[in-house]
Design a protein around this ligand. Structure first.
Ligand code: FES
Length: 187
């Protein structure tokens, strides 16, 4: 079964911006947060929203703009798994490795996804369609094992059916995305 709910970050085809435009947005973020305590994490989150990931030149720009050592900025990015320094695929898959999901076959789901996509955890498919990550509890333990793909939570995922789930996110299907909050569906 599948239940869907919103959690997505990211961008759509056709809203590409130039490097100058991206940098201007980043500078705007930095100047609005610079004087606030604890601003580094929100700035990094917004920067990742702007760029899709956090390349080195962006981290250096943030360090300069926030008057912080680069090592501190890079250290924060390295500490939190939701930050990525490499480009992610159009679809971000996160497999829950929380206790309930783990004991109910989360590892087998992960193995099936790795095999189906031909990538390991932390990698992106060559066509940049899918990135694969692991995460901790999504709060859906009663319907474990669970995975998220972008803003959708898939419950009670069966390893044998991950190909059917992935097919929903193929470029052809992306033209007709599943409506948010559409409830549960069989996988
Ligand atoms: S342990 Fe996976 S959703 Fe809670």
């Amino acid at each position: 079964m599948t239940e869907e709910s919103k959690t997505k970050e990211g961008c759509c085809p056709g809203c590409e911006a130039s490097e100058e435009e991206l940098l201007a947005r980043l500078d705007e973020v930095i100047s609005s947060y610079k004087e606030k305590p604890g601003a580094l994490i929100p700035v990094l989150q917004l920067a990742q929203g702007i760029y899709g990931y956090l390349p080195e030149h962006v981290l250096k720009h943030i360090a300069r703009g926030m008057d912080k050592p680069y090592s501190e900025v890079a250290g924060v990015v390295g500490f939190y798994s939701f930050f990525s320094t490499v480009p992610r695929g159009r679809n971000l898959i996160r497999v829950c490795m929380g206790t309930a999901c783990y004991v109910r076959g989360g590892m087998q789901v992960l193995d099936a996804l790795k095999k189906e996509l031909g990538i390991d955890v932390g990698e992106t498919t060559e066509d940049r369609e899918f990135s694969l990550e692991v995460a901790r509890c999504f709060g859906a333990c009663g319907l474990a094992p669970a995975i998220t793909i972008n803003d959708i939570v898939h419950h009670r995922v069966k390893p044998a059916r991950v190909n059917q789930i992935l097919a929903q996110y193929s470029p052809a299907e992306a033209a007709e995305p599943v409506a948010a909050g559409a409830g549960e569906r069989s996988n």
